[in-house]
Design a protein around this ligand. Structure first.
Ligand code: SAM
Length: 348
């Protein structure tokens, strides 16, 4: 492997097709070294609060899609969210993520604004806030940014417009162009912005994945959260794919992205843990530097099943925390307690 290799489409495809274990190991070790040289060894935590599973979208892959009538819908109260935020703060997590299905009503938008302000007030501004609440107007993004949130995650899901159209209903509520516009709006508003894709989607090719990496680089985000696509039987795509993508494919994606973008934040996502109990930790050893331990209250966790076999649905926040800490300790991975761990690719 050349030291200053240029990651053209062809080069990326070659690596993504690599099946030799030794060569994959070489790639991930090289990515780990690039991470350490550029942003250090630490992993930063963002406690994840799944605010609500009510969703106005109908993505063909997602277990909480609007048409899935088997899901019991919930929305956490302000008190429940504040309790979780306090847990994150006292646990020295540094940051939290508020995630939910997509909604645009005024009451809901104002609730998020209020929660962001209250969390900032409760923690004296110490706890960093990331939002992952889907596509909104630029004005709403600005309202939430002004309230004190400073990072936002919005996956493009797939950079390929045709593939995107195959995994979403064909209507204006599920438009690839609108989603790209929203990512650009977030960057414009001033958020540290993250995007990402699902790996191993039905119909997806290696070429699509190479293009995903090039798209991520081109659009200029500061953070990335990508992970394996995992099926959910109560969805239209659930009957198509019955095999998980290999963890190796995800690790190759993480490693290549780290080599292409040495300074961004890359999440080791929960879906990786479904394929392999140490999936997230292995992703850290392949260049990822962010982990999002679940802090959602146990009563509603079972209702936020975007895919099947989501780990830890019976755990509470402190069990998720101690399991993760144990895993990270076993792998000698250092945690950046009480630190925001902002993306070094963000120029402000
Ligand atoms: N509504 C927000 C949005 O659209 O960004 C956030 C919630 S959405 C459930 C969060 C992420 O879950 C999506 O971006 C998608 O990539 C992921 N997801 C949904 N279904 C999935 C599946 N079956 N396998 C893996 N990831 C999935």
């Amino acid at each position: 492997m050349a030291e200053n290799e240029i990651f053209t489409r062809d080069v990326l495809i070659k690596y993504l097709n690599e099946s030799d274990k030794e060569k994959i190991k070489e790639l991930t070790e090289r990515a780990y070294k690039v991470k350490v040289d550029n942003i250090g060894t630490k992993v930063y935590l963002r406690g994840l609060i799944e605010l609500s599973n009510i969703c106005s979208k109908d993505c063909y892959y997602c277990g909480i899609r609007q048409s899935n009538t088997k899901v019991e819908r919930y929305e956490l109260t302000d008190e429940q969210v504040m309790e979780a935020a306090e847990f994150a703060w006292r646990s020295k997590y540094g940051s939290l993520v508020l995630q939910a299905g997509e909604r645009c009503g005024r009451r809901y938008i104002s609730k998020v604004t209020r929660l962001v302000k209250n969390i900032k007030e409760l923690t004296g501004g110490e706890l960093g806030i990331t939002l992952s609440l889907g596509e909104q107007s630029k004005d709403v993004y600005k309202e939430w940014f002004d309230a004190g949130a400073h990072r936002y995650l919005l996956r493009i899901e797939s950079s390929n417009k045709e593939l995107y159209a195959k995994i979403h209903p064909k209507n204006t509520r599920h438009s690839w162009d609108v989603r790209v516009r929203a990512i650009k709006d977030l960057i414009d508003v001033g958020f540290q912005t993250g995007t990402g894709v699902m790996i191993g989607l039905p119909y997806q090719t290696t070429e699509n994945l190479a293009d995903d990496l090039l798209f991520i680089k081109e659009i200029g985000v500061h953070m990335v959260g990508m992970g394996p696509y995992l099926k959910h039987s109560d969805t239209p795509l659930g009957s198509i794919a019955d095999e998980h993508p290999s963890l190796d494919l995800t690790l190759k994606m993480v490693a290549l992205l780290r080599l292409m973008l040495p300074k961004i934040n890359i999440a080791a996502t929960t879906a990786m843990q479904v394929i392999d109990p140490y999936g997230r930790e292995k992703a850290v050893m392949a260049g990822a530097n962010i982990i999002m331990p679940n802090m959602t209250i146990t009563e509603v966790r079972k209702n936020y099943q975007i895919y099947e076999n989501k780990p830890g649905v019976k755990d509470d926040a402190s069990v998720s925390k101690s399991k993760l800490e144990q895993n990270l300790k076993e792998m000698n991975i250092e945690i950046g307690w009480n630190e925001w761990g902002d993306s070094r690719a963000f120029k402000g």
